[in-house]
Every structure is written in C-alpha cells, then in structure tokens.
Design a binder for this molecule. Structure first.
Ligand code: GRF
Length: 216
C-alpha cells in the first residue's frame, strides 16, 4: 500500500476530502509550514501524525526545503500531495520528488497561475472557472495537467462565491487523481507527458452540472 504525505498551510479542506475518500493508501503524515494551521488539528483528530516545519525558522528557501524533505522522508512517502500549501518549492526539491508530487490549483491552468485566481477570472469576464490537479515542476503552477473541473461563473459572483463553487470540485478531483496514482494508473512519463491507464480520457475532465440543472 502506498504512503502519502500531505502538505498544508491552513484550513485543510482538500486534505479532509482526501482523508474522507478512503483511498487505498496510508496517509503517513501531514506537514504544515505554518504552526497552528487549522488542518493540523483535523489530521491529528483523525490519528494521523502531524509535523510543523515553520519556514520562518530557516535562513533560506534551500534550508527550508531541506528540512521539509527530511520530514517527508522520515514519514515515508510514495506520493507528496500539496493541498493548499502556500510556499514556493525550489528546483532541487521539485526534482527530488519528480513524478510523485501533485498540486491542486484553483483555476483552469494555464490560465491564472499564482494568487487571487477567482477575482482575476471574474475581472477577465471568464464564463468558466475551475480547478486543476497537476504534477509539480519547477515553474509555478505549470506542470503537466492530470485532471480539471470546470464550473460556470455566474453574473452575480464575487470571489468568495466563485471560490466556494470551485472548491466543491477540488474536493472531487483531488481524491480522484490521488486514487489513480495509488492504483498505479497515473504516472509522469520521462518526456513530461501524463499517462493515465485504464480510465477513459474524458474521466480527466469534470463539468459541473449545467446551469439549468442547478438548484435555484
Ligand atoms: C484551495 O482552493 C487550493 O486550491 C488553494 O488554496 C485553497 C486551500 O484550501 N491552493 P484548503 O486549505 O484545502 O481548504
């Protein structure tokens, strides 16, 4: 059974979705870079070993990355899952975990990498927004895409309402991607392509219910 380490910085609702998903894997640790992140208490209550690697206590990004890697390796990790982890990881760290490092980003990448994705999607007049699970590469929010989900942007949306609609989809697609990895159906090929075996390719795209089917 594969071992998974989840990295968080805050609330941890994606982490909770992974815990609820009853994955064929063992969550061997949850690590936060912020002491007191709410998700740490949730994980501890679920009996999962928790750790804090506080980035403020390290003199450089490399020193932080090295301490983080040491903690991950001590937990044992076939897969490292970034779930609302709000630190940029250095090239060496990312290379070390190549092919076993996943992230979820709240936009339809490659649109809107970085922060404030929902506000930017509304300001750009997008009719669709969404979320993307991707393998992590050294460039921010730009690694090979595993699965995406799209939701409508509604006329009266603000960033909060849109974020909530997107988050619902995040909680569907992240457990799906991690499950594929645990079942050895998902891999990052040497040429940078995503291989997804035994699943219809269309399964890698989820469309939220069409507008006319949404509850009033
Ligand atoms: C999610 O929207 C995630 O995509 C983004 O930050 C948010 C974290 O939420 N990177 P949570 O901590 O998983 O609740």
């Amino acid at each position: 059974m594969k071992k998974i380490v989840i990295l968080i910085s805050g609330r941890g609702s994606n982490m909770e979705a992974l815990l609820r998903a009853d994955l064929p894997a063992r969550i061997s640790g949850v690590i936060s870079n912020r002491p007191g992140a709410a998700g740490l208490a949730t994980a501890a209550a679920a009996g999962i070993p928790t750790h804090t690697v506080d980035h403020q206590r390290y003199p450089s990004r490399d020193a932080f990355d090295a301490a983080l890697a040491q903690t991950i390796d001590a937990c044992g990790a076939d897969l490292v899952v970034l779930a609302g982890f709000m630190r940029i990881l250095g090239r060496q760290f990312v290379e070390t975990y190549r092919g076993r490092l996943l992230n979820i980003h709240p936009s339809l990448l490659p649109a809107f990498p970085g922060l404030d994705t929902h506000q930017r999607a509304i300001a750009a007049g997008c009719r669709l927004a969404g979320a993307t699970v991707h393998f992590v590469t050294p460039d921010l929010d730009s690694g090979p895409i595993v699965i995406q989900a799209a939701v409508p942007v509604l006329p009266d949306d603000d960033a909060g309402r849109l974020a909530a609609r997107v988050l619902e989809q995040e909680h569907r697609i992240y457990p799906q991607a991690v499950r594929w990895f645990c079942e050895d159906r998902l891999a990052l090929e040497a040429d940078g392509r995503v291989r997804l075996a035994g699943a219809a390719w269309s399964a890698a795209a989820c469309i939220a219910p069409p507008l006319e089917n949404r509850p009033a």
